[in-house]
Design a protein around this ligand. Structure first.
Ligand code: DQA
Length: 151
């Protein structure tokens, strides 16, 4: 598999609990179902998706850093870390390809602390409030941005 056909999808803390976690914000799709949707779309589009979920900031930083050179781009939902992790923002900025940040819920219509979007400063594009489908839209944007930066 050529590196140019691999994308990385990263989910942050407690997104493993999708399907039962605050369904009024995140819906009823489980993380397993989300992975299936991502893998199916990637394979139709001619890509392989590497999916990583972690509740640990350093593991997310490592996953981003180790994707450089092996993955054409990253779709990431840093979850609560979005609001304060400079470490994840720095890793996103250092990644040598496009990074799309996704939020399932409408973060701007919720508590005011969710308006503080730290990691998004290093994202090439940002999708919030589109539900689970936001990941699939982010993949399409990722392909386009990756093509634009191809030499
Ligand atoms: C979230 C929004 C964050 O504020 C929250 O901490 C999450 C999920 C979203 O997908 O809407 O865990 O990133």
């Amino acid at each position: 598999m050529k590196p140019s056909r691999i994308i990385t999808v990263i989910n942050g803390p407690s997104l493993s609990e999708l399907g039962r976690r605050e369904t009024e914000y995140y819906g009823t799709t489980t993380q397993g179902e989300l992975i299936e949707m991502i893998e199916k779309k990637a394979s139709i589009d001619g890509f392989t998706a590497n999916f990583i979920q972690s509740d640990v900031e350093g593991e997310i930083v490592r996953a981003i850093n180790s994707s450089s050179g092996s993955s054409i781009g990253i779709v990431i939902n840093p979850a609560a870390y979005s609001h304060y992790s400079i470490a994840i923002m720095d890793a996103m900025a250092a990644f040598d390809g496009p990074v799309i940040e996704v939020h399932i819920s409408r973060v701007f219509s919720r508590e005011s602390f969710r308006n503080n979007l730290v990691t998004a400063k290093a994202a090439d594009a940002f999708i919030a409030g589109a539900g689970i489908r936001g990941y699939l839209h982010a993949m399409d944007i990722l392909y386009e941005l990756a093509e634009m930066t191809e030499v």
